[in-house]
Design a protein around this ligand. Structure first.
Ligand code: KE4
Length: 430
């Protein structure tokens, strides 16, 4: 039995499902999860010493590759001065200033400890600001595990088959309205049928949590217009896309100005950090400036701020990172498409910048229904075949992959080769 297997057997006696986040359990792809011991640059290493080329990058944060020296150095310096004060610090001011500079729609920002906290707080503020109760989310989008969002949720929720989780009350679910992604008409109908009751529309401006799904032309603009016409707040959940699809996130790339933005992942440089921010008049509703309560013992933690500041400063000062990520994403998806053609396959690849998903379906994938048409058994076999070849993918069809600048062209070509071999292998056994 491998060390990972031994650890997993013990973990299952102590931790629900043996993991601290469901999608890590490999339930959707079979087999046992590998336990990671360390990582450096484009590689991760498991407890049995096997090396993998890393295409998840901790679900987004490690955009500069693992153990990036400027971030590591910042943390080494910070830990000499104790880990936490529970009092305001200089670094929180510097972090807020940098975020406001990098994301123009954000005039004020509040730090929290996860993407889930950020989205929970953002919807509470939207309800407090508008005096309305309902929100619209999109099927297949995932905004963390807050009760209001576990309705038709993507990511681990759909991977585990609980997009509408037990434990969420009917009253809570009543206030969450859902529409298919990319379906403006459905949103218009919800607004008509819930006149003056909707506080906010929240969405992933580029979806990662049903696999990578892009907004159709006009979709984001249409949502902006509907929100303006009906005094509804537009919330961009940029926990995945923030600081990844551009320095200013998807909103910079698509030139849409949301009223509120939620952030996570990259913002912490690998440490537990989330944030929400937006227009000053909205954010001044947040306690102690205003009546909407939200708090956190470790919010703005000095070690986490040090890591996040080092990462965001590097991204802010090195625009060539985004040029490199575009080129890497282009090289990889072009190679994948060539392999699909060579094998006579017509599977769908959705890709934007350093996010991509190979869907095991020949349908276009523009919403959750399309994504759920994938052959999940085939995906599981493909995942295992890639893992065997030393390539570490997200263990679910309903996840985007995240490239880092540590991925050289040579490594991209290795991934392309592994992909072609893995597809050929699984198709033989199908
Ligand atoms: P966290 O609470 O996991 O930091 O963030 C929740 C969240 C909010 N919004 C978006 C768009 C997200 O993608 C996430 C979290 N993403 C998942 C990956 N699909 C985290 C991985 C996991 O659940 O273990």
């Amino acid at each position: 039995m491998s060390i990972s297997q031994q650890l997993f057997e013990k973990a299952k006696t102590l931790i629900p499902g043996g993991v601290n986040s469901p999608v890590r359990a490999f339930r959707a792809v079979g087999g046992n999860p590998i336990f990671i011991k360390s990582a450096k640059g484009p590689y991760i290493y498991d407890e049995d010493g096997k090396q993998y080329i890393e295409l998840i990058n901790s679900w987004g944060p490690m955009i500069l590759g693992h153990a990036f020296e400027p971030v590591e150095e910042a943390v080494r310096e910070a830990i000499q001065h104790s880990f936490s004060f529970g009092a305001p610090t200089r670094k929180e001011v510097e972090m807020a200033e940098l975020i406001v500079d990098m994301v123009p729609s954000i005039e004020k920002v509040r730090m929290v400890n996860s993407g889930t906290e950020a989205t929970m707080a953002a919807i509470r503020v939207a309800r407090g600001f508008t005096g309305r109760d309902k929100l619209i989310k999109f099927e297949g989008c995932y905004h963390g595990h807050g009760d209001s969002f576990l309705i038709a949720a993507g990511s681990g929720a759909v991977t585990m088959g609980v997009p509408d989780s037990p434990g969420v009350t009917k009253a809570t679910a009543h206030d969450t309205l859902t529409a298919p992604y990319n379906d403006l008409r459905a949103v218009e109908k919800l607004i008509e049928n819930n006149h003056n009751q909707i506080a906010a529309i929240i969405l992933e401006p580029v979806v990662g949590n049903m696999g990578c799904v892009l907004p159709e032309p006009g979709f984001l603009e249409g949502l902006r217009d509907l929100c303006d016409q009906n005094d509804i707040l537009l919330i961009f959940d940029e926990v995945m896309t923030g600081f990844r699809l551009a320095k200013g996130g998807a909103q910079e790339r698509f030139r849409i100005r949301p009223d509120l933005t939620t952030m996570g992942k990259i913002i912490g440089g690998g440490m537990p950090v989330g944030a929400y921010g937006g227009r000053k008049e909205i954010m001044d509703m947040v306690s102690p400036a205003g009546p909407v309560y939200q708090a956190g013992t470790l919010s703005g933690n000095p070690i986490a701020m040090s890591a996040g500041l080092a990462m965001l400063r590097y991204l802010n000062e090195h625009p060539e990172v985004y040029t490199r990520l575009e080129a890497t994403g282009e090289r990889l998806t072009t190679g994948f498409q060539a392999s699909l053609q060579k094998l006579g396959l017509n599977y769908t690849i959705n890709h934007l910048g350093s996010m991509y998903t190979l869907f095991m379906t020949e349908n276009p994938v523009i919403n959750f229904t399309d994504a759920k048409s994938c052959d999940l058994t085939l995906f599981g076999s493909y995942f295992q075949a890639m893992l065997k070849r030393g390539v570490y993918l997200a263990p679910s069809q309903f996840e985007s992959l995240f490239l880092s600048v540590a991925l050289t062209d040579e490594l991209v070509d290795q991934v392309i080769q592994a992909n072609e071999e893995s597809l050929a292998e699984v198709l033989q056994t199908r």
